[in-house]
Design a protein around this ligand. Structure first.
Ligand code: SDX
Length: 431
Protein backbone atom coordinates (compact mmCIF):
# COMPACT_ATOMS: atom_id res chain seq x y z
CA UNK A 1 0.00 0.00 0.00
CA UNK A 2 1.78 3.18 -1.16
CA UNK A 3 0.80 6.08 1.08
CA UNK A 4 0.92 9.43 -0.73
CA UNK A 5 -1.21 11.67 1.47
CA UNK A 6 -0.80 12.45 5.14
CA UNK A 7 -1.63 14.82 7.98
CA UNK A 8 0.98 16.60 10.04
CA UNK A 9 -0.37 16.76 13.57
CA UNK A 10 1.32 19.08 16.06
CA UNK A 11 0.87 18.21 19.74
CA UNK A 12 0.83 21.64 21.41
CA UNK A 13 1.50 20.00 24.78
CA UNK A 14 4.97 18.95 23.64
CA UNK A 15 5.56 20.80 20.37
CA UNK A 16 6.14 17.41 18.71
CA UNK A 17 4.85 16.97 15.16
CA UNK A 18 3.57 13.65 13.87
CA UNK A 19 3.09 12.55 10.26
CA UNK A 20 -0.19 10.59 10.10
CA UNK A 21 -0.75 8.70 6.79
CA UNK A 22 -4.18 9.05 5.12
CA UNK A 23 -5.18 5.59 3.85
CA UNK A 24 -8.44 5.11 1.87
CA UNK A 25 -9.93 8.29 3.31
CA UNK A 26 -9.12 7.33 6.89
CA UNK A 27 -6.37 7.73 9.44
CA UNK A 28 -5.54 4.77 11.67
CA UNK A 29 -6.44 5.11 15.35
CA UNK A 30 -3.15 3.31 16.07
CA UNK A 31 -1.26 6.27 14.57
CA UNK A 32 -3.20 8.65 16.85
CA UNK A 33 -2.20 6.34 19.74
CA UNK A 34 1.43 7.29 19.12
CA UNK A 35 0.72 10.90 20.22
CA UNK A 36 1.73 11.15 23.88
CA UNK A 37 2.16 13.99 26.38
CA UNK A 38 5.23 12.19 27.75
CA UNK A 39 7.04 8.92 27.02
CA UNK A 40 5.38 7.15 29.96
CA UNK A 41 1.93 8.72 29.31
CA UNK A 42 -0.90 6.84 27.53
CA UNK A 43 -1.31 7.64 23.83
CA UNK A 44 -4.37 9.49 22.56
CA UNK A 45 -7.49 7.49 21.61
CA UNK A 46 -10.41 8.47 19.36
CA UNK A 47 -13.82 9.07 21.00
CA UNK A 48 -16.78 8.37 18.69
CA UNK A 49 -20.11 7.39 20.38
CA UNK A 50 -22.22 5.30 17.98
CA UNK A 51 -19.23 5.10 15.59
CA UNK A 52 -20.66 8.06 13.67
CA UNK A 53 -17.30 8.70 11.97
CA UNK A 54 -15.37 5.47 12.48
CA UNK A 55 -14.58 2.75 9.93
CA UNK A 56 -14.49 -0.67 11.60
CA UNK A 57 -13.43 -2.85 8.67
CA UNK A 58 -12.60 -3.14 5.00
CA UNK A 59 -15.48 -4.66 3.08
CA UNK A 60 -16.38 -5.40 -0.56
CA UNK A 61 -19.95 -6.55 0.12
CA UNK A 62 -22.03 -3.34 -0.15
CA UNK A 63 -21.35 0.20 -1.34
CA UNK A 64 -23.50 3.13 -0.26
CA UNK A 65 -23.18 6.78 -1.29
CA UNK A 66 -25.50 8.56 1.14
CA UNK A 67 -25.40 11.93 -0.61
CA UNK A 68 -26.19 10.50 -4.04
CA UNK A 69 -28.61 7.82 -2.78
CA UNK A 70 -26.55 5.01 -4.30
CA UNK A 71 -26.72 1.39 -3.06
CA UNK A 72 -24.81 -1.45 -4.74
CA UNK A 73 -24.40 -5.12 -3.70
CA UNK A 74 -20.97 -6.36 -4.84
CA UNK A 75 -20.97 -3.48 -7.35
CA UNK A 76 -24.42 -4.12 -8.86
CA UNK A 77 -26.95 -1.24 -8.46
CA UNK A 78 -29.90 -2.18 -6.24
CA UNK A 79 -32.34 -0.92 -8.88
CA UNK A 80 -31.09 -3.50 -11.42
CA UNK A 81 -31.08 -6.36 -8.91
CA UNK A 82 -34.58 -5.52 -7.66
CA UNK A 83 -35.87 -5.31 -11.23
CA UNK A 84 -34.21 -8.35 -12.81
CA UNK A 85 -32.80 -10.73 -10.20
CA UNK A 86 -34.34 -12.91 -7.46
CA UNK A 87 -33.61 -13.20 -3.76
CA UNK A 88 -31.64 -16.48 -3.83
CA UNK A 89 -29.46 -15.23 -6.70
CA UNK A 90 -28.79 -12.00 -4.74
CA UNK A 91 -28.06 -14.10 -1.64
CA UNK A 92 -25.51 -16.10 -3.69
CA UNK A 93 -23.98 -12.85 -4.97
CA UNK A 94 -23.61 -11.42 -1.45
CA UNK A 95 -22.24 -14.62 0.07
CA UNK A 96 -19.92 -15.70 -2.77
CA UNK A 97 -18.98 -12.25 -4.15
CA UNK A 98 -20.08 -12.92 -7.73
CA UNK A 99 -23.16 -13.94 -9.70
CA UNK A 100 -23.63 -17.72 -10.08
CA UNK A 101 -23.36 -19.78 -13.25
CA UNK A 102 -26.47 -21.79 -14.10
CA UNK A 103 -24.94 -24.89 -12.43
CA UNK A 104 -23.82 -22.94 -9.35
CA UNK A 105 -27.27 -21.40 -8.99
CA UNK A 106 -29.07 -24.73 -9.35
CA UNK A 107 -26.78 -26.30 -6.75
CA UNK A 108 -27.33 -23.33 -4.41
CA UNK A 109 -31.13 -23.50 -4.74
CA UNK A 110 -31.05 -27.29 -4.21
CA UNK A 111 -28.88 -26.96 -1.07
CA UNK A 112 -31.09 -24.28 0.44
CA UNK A 113 -34.34 -26.03 -0.49
CA UNK A 114 -33.22 -29.21 1.23
CA UNK A 115 -32.16 -27.47 4.42
CA UNK A 116 -35.47 -25.71 5.14
CA UNK A 117 -36.56 -28.26 7.79
CA UNK A 118 -35.58 -27.72 11.42
CA UNK A 119 -35.02 -30.26 14.20
CA UNK A 120 -38.33 -31.30 15.76
CA UNK A 121 -37.03 -30.29 19.19
CA UNK A 122 -37.04 -26.66 18.00
CA UNK A 123 -40.78 -26.96 17.43
CA UNK A 124 -41.17 -28.10 21.03
CA UNK A 125 -38.92 -25.27 22.17
CA UNK A 126 -41.00 -22.67 20.33
CA UNK A 127 -44.23 -24.02 21.81
CA UNK A 128 -42.90 -22.95 25.18
CA UNK A 129 -43.31 -19.25 24.37
CA UNK A 130 -46.35 -17.32 25.65
CA UNK A 131 -49.22 -17.14 23.16
CA UNK A 132 -48.52 -13.43 22.64
CA UNK A 133 -44.71 -13.62 22.42
CA UNK A 134 -43.24 -11.12 19.93
CA UNK A 135 -42.04 -13.09 16.87
CA UNK A 136 -38.69 -11.26 16.89
CA UNK A 137 -38.02 -12.50 20.41
CA UNK A 138 -38.93 -16.02 19.29
CA UNK A 139 -36.73 -15.77 16.19
CA UNK A 140 -33.72 -14.45 18.14
CA UNK A 141 -34.07 -17.22 20.73
CA UNK A 142 -34.60 -19.98 18.16
CA UNK A 143 -31.64 -18.99 16.00
CA UNK A 144 -29.47 -18.78 19.13
CA UNK A 145 -30.75 -22.21 20.19
CA UNK A 146 -29.75 -23.63 16.80
CA UNK A 147 -26.11 -23.28 17.86
CA UNK A 148 -26.81 -26.15 20.30
CA UNK A 149 -28.17 -28.34 17.49
CA UNK A 150 -25.09 -27.83 15.32
CA UNK A 151 -22.03 -27.92 17.60
CA UNK A 152 -19.85 -28.43 14.49
CA UNK A 153 -20.67 -24.82 13.62
CA UNK A 154 -17.91 -23.78 16.02
CA UNK A 155 -15.32 -24.99 13.48
CA UNK A 156 -15.34 -21.62 11.75
CA UNK A 157 -11.84 -22.15 10.32
CA UNK A 158 -13.12 -24.80 7.88
CA UNK A 159 -14.51 -23.34 4.62
CA UNK A 160 -16.88 -26.28 3.93
CA UNK A 161 -18.26 -26.02 7.46
CA UNK A 162 -18.79 -22.27 7.12
CA UNK A 163 -20.63 -22.86 3.86
CA UNK A 164 -22.88 -25.53 5.42
CA UNK A 165 -23.88 -23.22 8.29
CA UNK A 166 -24.52 -20.33 5.86
CA UNK A 167 -26.84 -22.57 3.84
CA UNK A 168 -28.64 -23.78 6.98
CA UNK A 169 -29.21 -20.25 8.27
CA UNK A 170 -30.53 -18.85 4.97
CA UNK A 171 -32.71 -21.95 4.53
CA UNK A 172 -34.15 -22.13 8.04
CA UNK A 173 -34.79 -18.45 8.79
CA UNK A 174 -38.12 -18.46 6.87
CA UNK A 175 -39.22 -21.68 8.59
CA UNK A 176 -38.58 -20.22 12.05
CA UNK A 177 -40.07 -16.87 11.02
CA UNK A 178 -43.23 -18.55 9.75
CA UNK A 179 -43.51 -20.75 12.84
CA UNK A 180 -43.18 -17.69 15.09
CA UNK A 181 -46.11 -16.20 13.16
CA UNK A 182 -48.20 -19.40 13.40
CA UNK A 183 -47.43 -19.71 17.12
CA UNK A 184 -48.76 -16.20 17.79
CA UNK A 185 -51.93 -17.12 15.85
CA UNK A 186 -52.41 -20.42 17.67
CA UNK A 187 -52.30 -22.22 14.33
CA UNK A 188 -50.50 -25.51 13.59
CA UNK A 189 -47.01 -25.16 12.16
CA UNK A 190 -46.75 -25.80 8.41
CA UNK A 191 -43.72 -27.76 7.22
CA UNK A 192 -41.65 -26.59 4.24
CA UNK A 193 -42.91 -27.58 0.79
CA UNK A 194 -39.82 -28.32 -1.26
CA UNK A 195 -41.75 -28.12 -4.54
CA UNK A 196 -42.07 -24.37 -4.04
CA UNK A 197 -39.59 -21.53 -4.56
CA UNK A 198 -37.94 -19.98 -1.49
CA UNK A 199 -40.43 -17.13 -1.13
CA UNK A 200 -43.51 -19.13 -2.23
CA UNK A 201 -42.57 -21.77 0.36
CA UNK A 202 -42.35 -19.04 3.03
CA UNK A 203 -45.86 -17.86 2.13
CA UNK A 204 -47.09 -21.47 2.28
CA UNK A 205 -45.64 -21.96 5.78
CA UNK A 206 -47.33 -18.72 6.83
CA UNK A 207 -50.80 -19.07 5.36
CA UNK A 208 -51.52 -22.71 4.38
CA UNK A 209 -54.52 -24.17 6.20
CA UNK A 210 -56.41 -27.32 5.12
CA UNK A 211 -55.84 -27.02 1.34
CA UNK A 212 -53.55 -29.77 -0.04
CA UNK A 213 -51.21 -27.22 -1.66
CA UNK A 214 -50.93 -23.50 -0.87
CA UNK A 215 -50.65 -21.50 -4.10
CA UNK A 216 -49.71 -17.84 -3.57
CA UNK A 217 -50.51 -15.14 -6.11
CA UNK A 218 -47.35 -14.81 -8.26
CA UNK A 219 -47.52 -11.00 -7.94
CA UNK A 220 -47.35 -11.34 -4.16
CA UNK A 221 -44.43 -13.80 -4.39
CA UNK A 222 -42.57 -11.41 -6.69
CA UNK A 223 -43.25 -8.37 -4.47
CA UNK A 224 -42.07 -10.19 -1.31
CA UNK A 225 -39.01 -11.58 -3.14
CA UNK A 226 -38.16 -8.03 -4.22
CA UNK A 227 -38.57 -6.78 -0.64
CA UNK A 228 -36.15 -9.50 0.52
CA UNK A 229 -33.64 -8.28 -2.10
CA UNK A 230 -34.00 -4.67 -0.90
CA UNK A 231 -33.31 -5.73 2.69
CA UNK A 232 -30.46 -8.14 1.92
CA UNK A 233 -27.52 -6.03 3.12
CA UNK A 234 -26.60 -2.48 4.02
CA UNK A 235 -22.89 -2.40 4.91
CA UNK A 236 -22.03 -1.63 8.55
CA UNK A 237 -25.52 -0.96 9.97
CA UNK A 238 -26.17 -1.62 13.66
CA UNK A 239 -27.14 -5.28 13.20
CA UNK A 240 -24.21 -6.04 10.85
CA UNK A 241 -21.96 -4.41 13.44
CA UNK A 242 -23.51 -6.66 16.11
CA UNK A 243 -22.90 -9.76 13.98
CA UNK A 244 -19.28 -8.71 13.41
CA UNK A 245 -18.68 -7.75 17.04
CA UNK A 246 -20.01 -11.05 18.40
CA UNK A 247 -18.40 -12.95 15.50
CA UNK A 248 -15.01 -11.37 16.34
CA UNK A 249 -14.86 -13.64 19.42
CA UNK A 250 -14.83 -16.63 16.99
CA UNK A 251 -18.18 -17.93 18.23
CA UNK A 252 -20.43 -19.90 15.84
CA UNK A 253 -22.51 -18.03 13.20
CA UNK A 254 -25.86 -18.89 14.87
CA UNK A 255 -24.84 -16.94 17.99
CA UNK A 256 -23.55 -14.08 15.83
CA UNK A 257 -26.75 -13.90 13.76
CA UNK A 258 -28.88 -14.10 16.93
CA UNK A 259 -27.05 -10.94 18.07
CA UNK A 260 -27.85 -9.31 14.73
CA UNK A 261 -31.54 -10.17 15.17
CA UNK A 262 -31.43 -8.54 18.60
CA UNK A 263 -29.97 -5.33 17.15
CA UNK A 264 -32.46 -5.31 14.25
CA UNK A 265 -35.34 -5.65 16.74
CA UNK A 266 -34.84 -2.10 17.99
CA UNK A 267 -37.23 0.66 16.81
CA UNK A 268 -34.36 2.84 15.60
CA UNK A 269 -33.25 0.03 13.25
CA UNK A 270 -35.33 -2.73 11.70
CA UNK A 271 -38.09 -2.31 14.28
CA UNK A 272 -38.87 1.02 12.60
CA UNK A 273 -41.14 -0.65 10.00
CA UNK A 274 -43.42 -1.86 12.80
CA UNK A 275 -43.19 1.56 14.47
CA UNK A 276 -44.13 3.32 11.20
CA UNK A 277 -47.38 1.41 10.88
CA UNK A 278 -48.31 2.03 14.50
CA UNK A 279 -47.49 5.73 13.92
CA UNK A 280 -49.66 5.91 10.76
CA UNK A 281 -52.55 4.20 12.58
CA UNK A 282 -52.19 6.65 15.47
CA UNK A 283 -52.27 9.62 13.06
CA UNK A 284 -55.31 8.00 11.44
CA UNK A 285 -56.16 10.66 8.87
CA UNK A 286 -54.47 13.44 6.89
CA UNK A 287 -56.29 16.02 9.06
CA UNK A 288 -54.17 14.96 12.05
CA UNK A 289 -50.81 15.30 10.26
CA UNK A 290 -50.09 18.98 11.12
CA UNK A 291 -50.52 18.32 14.88
CA UNK A 292 -48.33 15.22 14.61
CA UNK A 293 -45.58 17.11 12.76
CA UNK A 294 -45.68 19.78 15.49
CA UNK A 295 -45.20 17.05 18.07
CA UNK A 296 -42.14 15.79 16.20
CA UNK A 297 -40.65 19.28 15.93
CA UNK A 298 -41.24 19.80 19.66
CA UNK A 299 -39.17 16.66 20.25
CA UNK A 300 -42.11 14.69 21.65
CA UNK A 301 -41.54 11.90 19.15
CA UNK A 302 -39.78 10.89 15.95
CA UNK A 303 -41.16 10.57 12.43
CA UNK A 304 -40.46 6.86 12.19
CA UNK A 305 -39.31 5.66 8.76
CA UNK A 306 -37.54 8.98 8.19
CA UNK A 307 -33.86 9.77 8.56
CA UNK A 308 -30.74 7.70 8.15
CA UNK A 309 -27.16 7.71 9.40
CA UNK A 310 -25.82 7.43 5.86
CA UNK A 311 -28.53 8.53 3.41
CA UNK A 312 -28.81 12.32 3.41
CA UNK A 313 -30.98 11.93 0.34
CA UNK A 314 -33.86 9.65 -0.57
CA UNK A 315 -33.10 6.02 0.38
CA UNK A 316 -33.07 4.28 -3.05
CA UNK A 317 -34.85 1.30 -1.50
CA UNK A 318 -37.77 3.50 -0.39
CA UNK A 319 -38.31 4.57 -4.00
CA UNK A 320 -38.45 0.96 -5.18
CA UNK A 321 -40.75 -0.12 -2.31
CA UNK A 322 -43.08 2.78 -3.04
CA UNK A 323 -43.39 1.41 -6.58
CA UNK A 324 -43.89 -2.15 -5.30
CA UNK A 325 -46.86 -0.83 -3.31
CA UNK A 326 -48.77 -0.39 -6.57
CA UNK A 327 -48.12 -4.00 -7.64
CA UNK A 328 -49.26 -5.42 -4.29
CA UNK A 329 -52.29 -3.13 -3.94
CA UNK A 330 -53.41 -4.31 -7.39
CA UNK A 331 -53.96 -7.69 -5.72
CA UNK A 332 -54.92 -6.73 -2.18
CA UNK A 333 -56.63 -3.38 -2.64
CA UNK A 334 -55.03 -0.08 -1.61
CA UNK A 335 -54.05 0.22 2.03
CA UNK A 336 -56.06 3.21 3.33
CA UNK A 337 -53.03 4.34 5.33
CA UNK A 338 -51.15 4.91 2.04
CA UNK A 339 -52.85 8.30 1.72
CA UNK A 340 -51.69 9.31 5.21
CA UNK A 341 -48.13 8.14 4.42
CA UNK A 342 -48.00 10.02 1.11
CA UNK A 343 -49.33 13.25 2.66
CA UNK A 344 -46.94 12.89 5.63
CA UNK A 345 -44.01 12.45 3.24
CA UNK A 346 -45.07 15.46 1.16
CA UNK A 347 -45.39 17.74 4.19
CA UNK A 348 -42.14 16.50 5.78
CA UNK A 349 -40.14 16.97 2.57
CA UNK A 350 -41.21 20.62 2.46
CA UNK A 351 -40.79 21.37 6.18
CA UNK A 352 -37.60 23.20 7.23
CA UNK A 353 -37.17 20.98 10.33
CA UNK A 354 -36.75 17.87 8.16
CA UNK A 355 -35.06 19.58 5.22
CA UNK A 356 -32.41 21.19 7.47
CA UNK A 357 -31.66 17.80 9.04
CA UNK A 358 -31.69 16.09 5.62
CA UNK A 359 -34.36 13.64 6.75
CA UNK A 360 -35.88 11.57 3.94
CA UNK A 361 -37.99 8.41 3.88
CA UNK A 362 -35.87 5.31 4.48
CA UNK A 363 -36.44 1.65 3.69
CA UNK A 364 -38.90 1.29 6.58
CA UNK A 365 -41.32 4.07 5.66
CA UNK A 366 -43.38 2.28 3.02
CA UNK A 367 -42.51 -1.39 3.60
CA UNK A 368 -44.98 -1.73 6.47
CA UNK A 369 -47.88 -0.68 4.22
CA UNK A 370 -47.12 -3.59 1.91
CA UNK A 371 -46.67 -6.05 4.77
CA UNK A 372 -50.00 -5.04 6.29
CA UNK A 373 -51.70 -5.39 2.90
CA UNK A 374 -50.20 -8.92 2.74
CA UNK A 375 -52.05 -9.67 6.02
CA UNK A 376 -48.97 -9.54 8.26
CA UNK A 377 -49.50 -8.09 11.76
CA UNK A 378 -47.02 -5.25 12.60
CA UNK A 379 -44.99 -7.47 14.95
CA UNK A 380 -44.08 -9.67 11.96
CA UNK A 381 -42.61 -6.82 9.88
CA UNK A 382 -39.14 -6.98 11.40
CA UNK A 383 -39.11 -10.76 11.03
CA UNK A 384 -39.49 -10.17 7.28
CA UNK A 385 -36.60 -7.70 7.46
CA UNK A 386 -34.48 -10.34 9.28
CA UNK A 387 -35.20 -13.02 6.64
CA UNK A 388 -34.09 -10.62 3.91
CA UNK A 389 -31.01 -9.46 5.86
CA UNK A 390 -29.67 -12.94 6.69
CA UNK A 391 -27.49 -13.32 3.54
CA UNK A 392 -26.02 -9.87 4.22
CA UNK A 393 -25.21 -10.66 7.83
CA UNK A 394 -23.57 -13.90 6.70
CA UNK A 395 -21.59 -12.18 3.92
CA UNK A 396 -20.27 -9.74 6.54
CA UNK A 397 -19.52 -12.62 8.95
CA UNK A 398 -17.67 -14.62 6.27
CA UNK A 399 -15.61 -11.52 5.39
CA UNK A 400 -14.75 -11.06 9.07
CA UNK A 401 -13.55 -14.67 9.42
CA UNK A 402 -11.15 -14.18 6.48
CA UNK A 403 -9.92 -10.67 7.36
CA UNK A 404 -6.36 -10.85 8.74
CA UNK A 405 -6.65 -7.26 10.05
CA UNK A 406 -9.60 -8.12 12.31
CA UNK A 407 -9.29 -8.99 16.01
CA UNK A 408 -11.70 -9.28 18.93
CA UNK A 409 -13.88 -6.15 19.18
CA UNK A 410 -12.92 -4.44 22.43
CA UNK A 411 -13.23 -0.61 22.37
CA UNK A 412 -11.72 1.77 24.91
CA UNK A 413 -13.72 4.11 27.19
CA UNK A 414 -13.43 7.49 28.89
CA UNK A 415 -13.67 6.66 32.60
CA UNK A 416 -15.91 9.07 34.53
CA UNK A 417 -16.38 7.18 37.82
CA UNK A 418 -14.78 7.40 41.27
CA UNK A 419 -11.27 6.15 42.00
CA UNK A 420 -9.46 4.58 45.00
CA UNK A 421 -12.44 4.36 47.39
CA UNK A 422 -12.11 2.30 50.60
CA UNK A 423 -14.67 -0.48 50.99
CA UNK A 424 -16.61 -0.49 54.31
CA UNK A 425 -18.37 -3.83 55.02
CA UNK A 426 -22.18 -3.71 55.17
CA UNK A 427 -22.52 -4.30 58.91
CA UNK A 428 -20.38 -1.20 59.52
CA UNK A 429 -22.07 0.89 56.80
CA UNK A 430 -25.51 0.09 58.13
CA UNK A 431 -24.66 0.38 61.83
C1 SDX B 1 -32.69 1.17 9.20
O1 SDX B 1 -27.82 1.93 9.21
C2 SDX B 1 -28.55 1.33 8.31
O2 SDX B 1 -28.15 1.16 7.19
C3 SDX B 1 -29.93 0.89 8.78
C4 SDX B 1 -30.86 0.38 7.69
C5 SDX B 1 -30.39 -0.95 7.14
O3 SDX B 1 -30.77 -1.27 6.00
O4 SDX B 1 -29.73 -1.70 7.89
O5 SDX B 1 -30.94 1.32 6.62
C6 SDX B 1 -32.27 0.13 8.23
O6 SDX B 1 -32.49 1.00 10.37
C7 SDX B 1 -33.31 2.44 8.68
C8 SDX B 1 -33.60 3.48 9.80
C9 SDX B 1 -34.93 3.10 10.46
N1 SDX B 1 -35.15 3.93 11.67
C10 SDX B 1 -36.10 4.88 11.71
O7 SDX B 1 -36.81 5.19 10.75
C11 SDX B 1 -36.27 5.53 13.08
C12 SDX B 1 -36.36 7.05 12.91
N2 SDX B 1 -35.05 7.52 12.44
C13 SDX B 1 -34.10 7.88 13.42
O8 SDX B 1 -34.28 7.64 14.74
C14 SDX B 1 -32.73 8.28 12.92
O9 SDX B 1 -32.89 9.00 11.78
C15 SDX B 1 -31.75 7.14 12.70
C16 SDX B 1 -31.62 6.28 13.90
C17 SDX B 1 -32.15 6.31 11.52
C18 SDX B 1 -30.39 7.78 12.40
O10 SDX B 1 -30.00 8.42 13.55
P1 SDX B 1 -28.63 9.28 13.61
O11 SDX B 1 -27.86 9.15 12.36
O12 SDX B 1 -27.95 8.92 14.89
O13 SDX B 1 -29.16 10.73 13.63
P2 SDX B 1 -29.58 11.53 14.93
O14 SDX B 1 -30.47 10.65 15.78
O15 SDX B 1 -28.35 12.09 15.53
O16 SDX B 1 -30.50 12.70 14.32
C19 SDX B 1 -29.90 13.87 13.76
C20 SDX B 1 -30.96 14.95 13.99
C21 SDX B 1 -31.45 15.03 15.42
O17 SDX B 1 -31.94 16.35 15.61
P3 SDX B 1 -31.08 17.38 16.57
O18 SDX B 1 -30.81 16.62 17.86
O19 SDX B 1 -29.82 17.64 15.79
O20 SDX B 1 -31.97 18.57 16.73
O21 SDX B 1 -32.14 14.62 13.23
C22 SDX B 1 -33.22 14.38 14.13
C23 SDX B 1 -32.63 14.12 15.51
O22 SDX B 1 -33.54 14.52 16.51
N3 SDX B 1 -33.90 13.18 13.63
C24 SDX B 1 -35.23 13.06 13.58
C25 SDX B 1 -35.43 11.81 12.98
N4 SDX B 1 -34.25 11.22 12.70
C26 SDX B 1 -33.30 12.09 13.13
N5 SDX B 1 -36.23 13.86 13.97
C27 SDX B 1 -37.48 13.41 13.75
N6 SDX B 1 -37.77 12.23 13.16
C28 SDX B 1 -36.78 11.40 12.78
N7 SDX B 1 -37.05 10.25 12.22
Amino acid sequence: MTVTESLTVRDNRTGTEYDVPIIDGTIRAADIGKIKAADDAPGLAVYDPGFVNTASCRSSVTFIDGDKGILEYRGYPIEQLAESSNFLEVAYLLVHGELPSREEFETWVHEITYHTFVHENIKGFMEGFRYDAHPMGMLMASIGAMSTFYPDARNIAEADNRHLQVVRLIAKMPTLGAWSFRHAQGKPYVYPDNDLSYTANFLSMLFKMSEPKYVADERIVKALDTLFILHADHEQNASANAVRSVGSTQVDPYSSVAAGIGALYGPLHGGANEAVLRMLKRIGSVDNIPAFIEGVKNGNERLMGFGHRVYKNYDPRAKIIKKACDDVFEVTGVNPLLRVAQELEKIALEDEYFVSRRLYPNVDFYSGLIYEALQFPPEMFTVLFAIGRTPGWLAQWLELTQDKEQKIARPKQIYTGDRGLTFVPAEQRWA
